[in-house]
Design a protein around this ligand. Sequence first.
Ligand code: AVI
Length: 307
Amino acid sequence: MTADPQFRTDVLRGLASTPKAIPARWLYDSRGSELFDEITRLPSYYPTRTESALLQRIMPEVAARVGPGRAVVEFGAGSLTKTPLLLEAIAPAFYVPVDISGDYLRASAEELVAKLPGVPIHPVEADFVQGMDLPDDLLALPKLGFFPGSTIGNFIPASATDLLRHFRRTLGTGALLLIGMDRVKPVERLLAAYDDPEGVTAAFNLNLLERINRELDGTVPIDTFRHEARWNDILGRIEMHLVAGRDVEFRIGGQPFRMTKGESIHTENSHKYGPRGGRTLLLAGGWTPVVEWTDAARDFAVVLAEA
Ligand code: AVI
């Protein structure tokens, strides 16, 4: 398998920096995506089931506010559980899933077509993080952006703001956005969600080293590393790290690296937002919050915002 040149660049650059860090997008090869899917079903990983139950509860109200006939643009290939809740409730003119991975996009679009035969689907293969234009035939329709899953939390605030601005430009005037945001909560619950007793999140994080060895001709001694979830209280985020258990030396594509015992590779951020922080972020990104719904425990929020 030939490696993505950007993967090589990001890994070599990330391991040469201090502190060491590799962008989280590289966690999601096919094994990583399978493991993430498993994470979403873990008892300690509350976001997915909390958001799904919340979406189910609020959908009549969402439908009343959004109205029929919009093009629903989902940033990311749709989930088989959350997306149908929205599409069944609002009778959209089109469903437009946008994803950088064409194969994954087409496979999930096919499953959604089978589940929702009445909804016209128009998949768009694009990197929405960089900003993108929609196909011309959708331009005249009013839009609803959909960005569930608290994926916005995986971007540092400056990048999250840029991303929200890109959404606004892509969706145009009169657009609405329905977005999921994970809330700040007691640290023990956050740590349990990102370091589950079953070890699935650990396997998800360590899979990055397997990918490096396989795709970039690496000699990283994987057994030497352990997964660690840390709460960064100043930045309001969970961080995932891969921590070296001893001094190690390894090569990637012939290039030597060394790490000292206890040194880590930072692999992901998951920012958590309070009501005020969530609102501020949306406003900075050009969106005015209209309604904010949460579950009874206030673990997770879904916000409807207007451009
Ligand atoms: C995809 N994203 C919203 C997940 C999160 O909760 O930040 C990724 C994840 N990483 C470890 N567990 C879940």
